[in-house]
Design a protein around this ligand. Sequence first.
Ligand SMILES: [Zn+2]
Ligand SMILES: [Zn+2]
Length: 150
Amino acid sequence: MLIKLSIIIGVFMLMEGAAWAAHKYIMHGFGWKWHEDHHNHHSGFFEKNDYYALVFSFLASSSIIYGNTHEAFWWLTWAGVGITCYGVAYFVFHDLIVHRRIKFKYKARTEYMKRIMNAHFVHHKVHTKEGAEAFGFLFAPKKYEIRKKN
Ligand SMILES: [Zn+2]
Ligand SMILES: [Zn+2]
């Protein structure tokens, strides 16, 4: 049980690194075509950017299925659960809390929440493939903290 839980948590944390790298080097690299409409105005509820969510869901479900059917790869099941948990957390943070794809009332209360939200707003100040910063989602360095003016 403890091993399974540490796989889930470990993969969850690795996924933030993977998402950061994918965002910086793929989405703002050769994959810009799918990410562009997330940085610019678009019509309709869906974005091309959602294809990335599909790719990650496919990865997660394949891991779970493969782990379930191949005894030596049992750990892949839990890695898949970790990817899924990250996907849910990412969706709630990025699509609901930051971009409000569904309208609801929420106000960030903790300093950390304000910091990661601010980091993503900084990321969206740039509407082009080049020149953006703050590629992380659930983690942001302290420099993105909103400074209180006194
Ligand atoms: Zn971006
Ligand atoms: Zn965004």
